[in-house]
Design a protein around this ligand. Structure first.
Ligand code: F6P
Length: 358
């Protein structure tokens, strides 16, 4: 029996741990299973770049970040667009799958990758997918692997900033990953004791942010820390269409990211010295935290169980704290965002964290 496997999209700390979970369980379930590893995500499936994996490939990788298979971004929107040589990518993926006589394909991926997994399911392939992303923004699962490890890194960044911020009495902005969803920033911001947390789901008013900073000064606080999601947006900009926003950004001062724009505004409006820190891809690197190792082992083993049951067309998920499965058709194309009225935000507000909205 042959099972294909690939890791797709942005990497995270716990991809190897998850593949190890799938493989270890499969090797115990079947004497004759052969795992085919596709290189660099869907690219390997399209262009038939693969290798037969050995059980030893999965040893010693529980704690290793990155992915032993490599990954790449193959935008879902481009899947139906022929490549530069006129190759139909969807047909090519189906061809590779059939040529190798795969029983099924295991996909470890985030939002875009789940959409492609669903497309392949619709095209008749047997798919089992696994919820990967540091953003924890996949619909249908309470938790994604990679998220807790990234929370650790981002929190550590804020912790480090805390000591230097206290020495200098400055305003520090830490920009956290998460383009459309603020889960990572929310968790790292609370864990790191940020005074102000700005996330895409709650557009901010710069005057409210500035007032919160002034209030801290009045209380004699020497420094302030803002945890800002890379996708944070002002109330003003949130009202604009995509096109209008693009136009506005083209005509105004060009900042490397939202944190720098905010920094410039805060300096101008408060006269305080501001420093910006962007941990960036550090948040996806390093070893998986123990929570993710456990989660990855569990969802990996559960994927093998689905294969054993020939239960295809699902993403393994976490529901009510337990491992479960959700139809891929329900997951594809839907984002899980932070509810601005959720209990965690209410509690954060109770202790005085400002979200830039009130
Ligand atoms: O989806 C994970 C993520 O790290 C996002 O938080 C971030 O916006 C994006 O990927 C960065 O992508 P890339 O690695 O392609 O720059």
């Amino acid at each position: 029996m042959r099972v294909g496997m690939l890791t797709s999209g942005g990497d995270c700390q716990s991809l190897n741990a998850t593949m190890r979970g799938v493989a270890k369980a499969l090797y115990r379930m079947y004497d004759d299973v052969e795992i085919i590893g596709f290189e660099d995500g869907y690219r390997g499936l399209i262009y038939a770049d693969y290798h037969v994996m050995k059980s030893s490939d999965f040893s010693g990788i529980l704690t290793e970040g990155g992915t032993i298979l490599g990954t790449s971004r193959q935008p879902f929107k481009q899947m139906r667009v022929p490549d530069e040589n006129g190759l139909d990518k969807v047909e090519a993926m189906k061809h590779t799958y059939k040529k190798l006589k795969l029983e099924c394909l295991v996909v470890l991926g985030g939002n875009g990758s789940q959409k492609t997994a669903n497309l392949l399911r619709e095209e008749g392939l047997n798919i089992v997918s696994l919820p990967k992303t540091i953003d924890n923004d996949l619909w249908g699962t309470e938790m994604t692997f990679g998220f807790q490890s990234a929370v650790n890194v981002a929190t550590n960044a804020i912790d480090c900033i805390h000591t230097t911020a206290a020495s200098h009495g400055r305003v520090f902005i830490v920009e956290v990953m998460g383009h459309k969803v603020g889960s990572l920033t929310l968790h790292a911001g609370i864990a790191g004791g940020a005074d102000i947390i700005l996330i895409p789901e709650i557009p901010y008013d710069i005057n409210i942010v500035v007032e919160a900073l002034k209030e801290r000064n009045r209380k004699g606080k020497r420094f302030s820390i803002l945890a800002v999601a890379e996708g944070a947006i002002s109330k003003e900009d949130a009202k604009l269409s995509k096109k209008e926003l693009k136009e506005k950004r083209k005509n105004g001062v060009v900042y490397p990211s939202v944190a720098y724009e905010l920094g410039a505004q805060i300096e101008e409006l408060t006269g305080q010295e501001v420093r910006v820190t962007v941990p960036g891809h550090m948040q996806r690197g390093g070893e998986p935290c123990p929570y993710d190792r456990v989660l990855s082992t569990r969802v990996g083993a559960a994927a093998a169980r689905l294969i054993k049951e020939k239960s295809y067309g699902y993403m393994v998920c976490i529901k009510d704290g337990e491992v479960d499965k959700v139809p891929l058709g329900e997951v594809a194309g839907r984002l899980k965002t932070v509810d601005p009225k959720c209990a965690m935000i209410n509690e954060a507000k109770l202790i005085g964290i400002c979200f830039g909205d009130e």
